[in-house]
Design a protein around this ligand. Structure first.
Ligand SMILES: O=C(CO)COP(=O)(O)O
Length: 122
């Protein structure tokens, strides 16, 4: 069982939904457990996935996922960040990305990279 964390900033949520729709075969066919920040999780659920929803990002969702990464409970992170917007919880976002590097967890921050990464699951 592989756990994938899915996160998208508001400006990138449509791209995340598109990514989930385009990659259903891989993401549904594998033994994959999906966790997500609150609003991203709700959209992931609406796209037909079973998902564990954590808090919304600005309320601590990124920090919750970061903690799971630190505990060795996450195998891959797909985080469509919006580089053109400001985020009040930027420290949490950097913490999450830093912990991916600390613990050598694959991190995709855009659809092109995410597409390549999930091919590694096949
Ligand atoms: O803010 C986020 C990531 O930093 C995402 O949070 P939501 O999925 O709750 O919108």
């Amino acid at each position: 069982m592989k756990t994938i964390a899915i996160i998208a900033h508001d400006g990138k949520k449509p791209e995340m939904v598109q990514f989930l729709n385009e990659n259903q075969e891989i993401l549904h066919s594998k033994n994959i457990n999906i966790i997500a920040t609150g609003t991203t999780g709700a959209k992931t659920e609406a796209a037909g996935y079973k998902v564990e929803k954590l808090l919304s990002g600005p309320l601590g969702g990124d920090a919750q996922i970061a903690a799971r990464i630190a505990e060795g409970l996450v195998d891959m992170v797909i985080f469509f960040r919006d580089p053109l917007d400001k985020h009040p919880h930027e420290p949490d976002i950097f913490m999450l990305m830093r912990l991916c590097d600390v613990h050598n967890v694959p991190l995709a921050t855009n659809p092109a990279t995410a597409k390549l990464l999930i091919k590694g699951l096949v």
